[in-house]
Design a protein around this ligand. Structure first.
Ligand SMILES: O=C(O)CCC(=O)C(=O)O
Length: 330
């Protein structure tokens, strides 16, 4: 009876009222979505775009990169490989060992049953790490070629984006290409029973940046904004999402924002996200460059070792950037 009453009620509403209701509905949807700044990679040599990049890093802690050099075909091929490796039997996936904590296979745990991750640590510097990954998973030749090509391409893109971010603060000459990164793939299995459950708990990323090829079809990623509200990240086909991490925050002397984010099950399906997790300088020493410290008239964080940051998070379970409190200079 109820639906009939509502429908008949609607039928007698004046057209203007129906239109305004639709507008309100659209508005609510807009308000729930994060407005993620878009940065055009091709324009990053221009002052204007560099300014936009800096603003995005400082105000939002994330941005989308468009017009980048990674071909759409390679992005699609890599997604197929990611699906393939995650569909392998558990005992094979378990062979993907961690080189640093959590860099290899992370199975679904009772505390995070929807999440599963795999990764290759420092493939750029260590061709052996890549070969081990291939042979551990017994990957077919074609898949190996894709992973190699994609890994190199995303590492190049992540280092160039990092250089541009540094340049936007007036810092040049940092060799981000030398910084270790994890090529990481994540699978979330979302079913009807999981609606509203966490795929990944609220956290900040540990490294300088994460350059993510997030799922175009299955939603779930949310950012925590200044006012304490969670906003959904709308997908953008062919782009990469850049998320600034704890190292990015400290390295920029507190300027770049290490945005907190989470993944939540909102629809049925399998969500895949993967990309480059650019970590910290190779010697592990995390500190703001002298030039920035001089410009800011002071250092905001004591230098520390990246490994200590990772250990703290694993031993305490605190993953929202709390680790940085102990290094903050009052
Ligand atoms: O799956 C996603 O889209 C986000 C992944 C994520 O939050 C992370 O790996 O830090």
């Amino acid at each position: 009876m109820m639906p009939f009453i509502l429908l008949s009620h609607l039928l007698f509403l004046p057209a203007s009222s129906i239109i305004s209701r639709q507008r309100v509905k659209r508005k609510v949807k807009e308000e729930m979505e994060a407005s993620v700044p878009v940065v055009d990679f091709q324009k990053l040599s221009e002052e204007e775009e560099l300014k936009k990049l800096r603003e995005a890093c400082e105000k939002c802690g994330c941005f989308r990169i468009i017009n980048h050099p990674i071909p759409k075909t390679l992005m699609t091929e890599m997604k197929s490989v990611v699906k393939y490796v995650h569909d392998l039997p558990l005992e094979i996936k378990m062979r993907n060992k961690s080189i640093i904590p959590d860099s290899g296979y992370v199975p679904p745990f009772p505390t995070s049953p929807l999440y599963e991750g795999m990764g290759i640590y420092d493939m750029n510097e260590s061709p052996q790490a890549l070969e081990e990954f291939f042979s551990q998973l017994d990957l077919p030749t074609y898949h190996r070629q894709i992973v190699k090509k994609y890994g190199q391409a995303i590492h190049d893109l992540a280092s160039t984006v990092s250089q541009k971010m540094a340049k936007s603060l007036g810092v040049v000459g940092v060799d981000f290409k030398d910084w270790p990164f994890i090529l990481r793939t994540i699978k979330y299995s979302f079913t009807q029973e999981n609606m509203g459950e966490m795929g990944a708990q609220l956290h900040s990323d540990t490294g300088f940046i994460t350059l993510l090829q997030d799922d175009e079809a299955v939603s779930g990623l949310e950012l925590l904004d200044d006012s304490g509200l969670f906003k959904a990240v709308p997908p953008k086909s062919g782009s990469f999402l850049c998320i600034i991490g704890d190292v990015g925050h400290v390295w920029s002397n507190g300027k770049f924002w290490n945005i907190r984010h989470r993944v939540i099950c909102k629809e049925i399906g399998t969500r895949y996200s993967f990309g480059a997790f650019m970590l910290a300088p190779r010697d592990g020493n995390v500190e703001a460059p002298t030039k920035l410290v001089e410009l800011d008239n002071g250092r905001r964080y004591r230098p520390f070792n990246y490994e200590d940051l990772r250990k703290f998070r694993i031993s305490t379970g605190k993953r929202k950037g709390e680790v940085l409190d102990q290094y903050r200079i009052a």
